[in-house]
Design a protein around this ligand. Structure first.
Ligand SMILES: Nc1ncnc2c1ncn2[C@@H]1O[C@H](COP(=O)(O)OP(=O)(O)OP(=O)(O)O)[C@@H](O)[C@H]1O
Ligand SMILES: O=C(O)CCCC[C@@H]1SC[C@@H]2NC(=O)N[C@@H]21
Length: 360
């Protein structure tokens, strides 16, 4: 990843330092090349034309390598990967990019999630899908997605944000679903802010000053470049993570009234490709989680998250939370990740709702 014309390319330095700090192998990359139909129990809507793109029975369309090669950013990612080998993961046909060293896919398919997570979490790249979260829930239920393993979709037909708000998902950006350890901070209501902090750290390590907009957005300047969503099903905790790498929706496509403007990394002069950036972010986040969050305990973690919190000391408008719509000033975070905010001279802890900045 590089900040074109303004900063040196830090990709190589960042990945080398990340790799040496972690001492772990490179994750195996899988292509979900034959797609993933909806489970047969799910009702089908729309005509079954036989073509996955027109057929609502498909959760993820097939992703032949030649299609992947034609997508923005993926052409470069694909060229950088080693050869693909057909295999099967949880009964799903895939192509696997074998890493230079380390165990192959059979290890992941046959081990318990936590055992395999210790070694090489996979990145499963899938074609256009409803949502990478749907694909990840299905693979996790089949025992095919270990902790820190991720599904990375090239695009989504029904990307979702909080409260099922639509997430614009054209090709070229990151649409990931990351399986988190279902314990500690990730098993609590603080999960989104904790993960946001880890990702902000990882971006900052690349020289990209991403901040956290409470409760679940990633900002660059005052624009939203990404969002996070935690979903839990039958003990599986997934984080849905969207990052605008090459494009962002125009203002008219955003929630009217309350949305902050959207931007992409490319809009800010930062060039990146989805898979390479994703691998850096997740490896770095995992490293920070295991070396710092796991050992530090809650309070230290909150001070770390506060370091990345956007708009501290600034006037904001609160919408839809416990306090109703009103102006306030951000103080910081409380230990469970709630937002400390002064409203009419009194401190409140916000646990739900949205904030937008008052223009200065
Ligand atoms: N690719 C995208 N990039 C940035 N913003 C997007 C994108 N797609 C959709 N959005 C906006 O994000 C919203 C979904 O995110 P979210 O549910 O977090 O709402 P929000 O408006 O950011 O509120 P909050 O402050 O509570 O997070 C959508 O309603 C839309 O306005
Ligand atoms: O800001 C938000 O409300 C969170 C947006 C999360 C969007 C990502 S894109 C990848 C994953 N799949 C989805 O359907 N949603 C998340």
């Amino acid at each position: 990843m590089s900040r074109s014309n303004t900063q040196p390319d830090r990709t190589d330095a960042a990945s080398q330092s990340a790799a040496s700090r972690k001492g772990q192998g490179v994750p195996v990359v899988h292509l979900l090349h034959e797609g993933l139909p909806l489970p047969s129990a799910e009702p089908s809507s729309g005509a079954a034309t036989g073509h996955p793109a027109d057929d609502a029975r498909w959760m993820a369309d097939p992703l032949p390598p030649e299609v992947l090669r034609g997508l923005p950013g993926w052409d470069q990612d694909f060229a950088a990967l080693p050869g693909f080998v057909p295999t099967s993961l949880g009964g799903t046909p895939m192509l696997v990019a074998r890493p230079d060293s380390g165990p192959s896919v059979e290890f992941i398919a046959s081990s318990s999630p936590s055992a395999s997570a210790a070694a090489l979490p996979p990145v499963i790249v899938c074609g256009p899908c409803t949502s990478s979260l749907d694909v990840a829930h299905t693979l996790a239920a089949a025992g095919a997605l270990p902790e820190w393993g991720a599904v990375l979709a090239v695009s989504q037909r029904a990307g979702r944000g909080q409260l099922r708000r639509p997430w614009e998902s054209p090709p070229g950006n990151i649409y990931a679903a990351l399986r988190l350890p279902a314990a500690g901070v990730f098993a609590t209501e603080t999960a989104a802010i904790a993960l946001g902090c880890l990702f902000a750290e990882a971006f900052n390590a690349l020289g990209v000053p991403v901040q956290l907009k409470w409760p679940n957005d990633l900002l660059l300047g005052d624009a939203k470049v990404g969002g996070m969503l935690i979903e839990e099903k039958r003990g599986v905790v997934l984080a849905g993570i969207g990052i605008n790498v090459v494009s962002a929706p125009p203002p008219q496509a955003l929630r009217q009234g309350w949305a902050v403007p959207a931007a992409s990394l490319a809009d800010r002069g930062i060039s990146a490709t989805p898979l390479t950036l994703w691998r850096h972010l997740v490896e770095d986040s995992r490293f920070c989680y295991e070396s710092q969050v796991l050992r530090a305990g809650g309070a230290d973690f909150v001070s770390c998250a506060e370091k990345h919190l956007a708009w501290v000391g600034r006037g904001v408008v609160v919408h839809g939370g416990e306090v109703g719509d009103c102006p306030g000033r951000i103080l910081g975070l409380e230990p469970q990740g709630g937002l400390r905010i002064v409203i009419s001279g009194r401190e409140h802890i916000l646990r739900s709702g949205s904030i937008t900045p008052i223009p200065s």
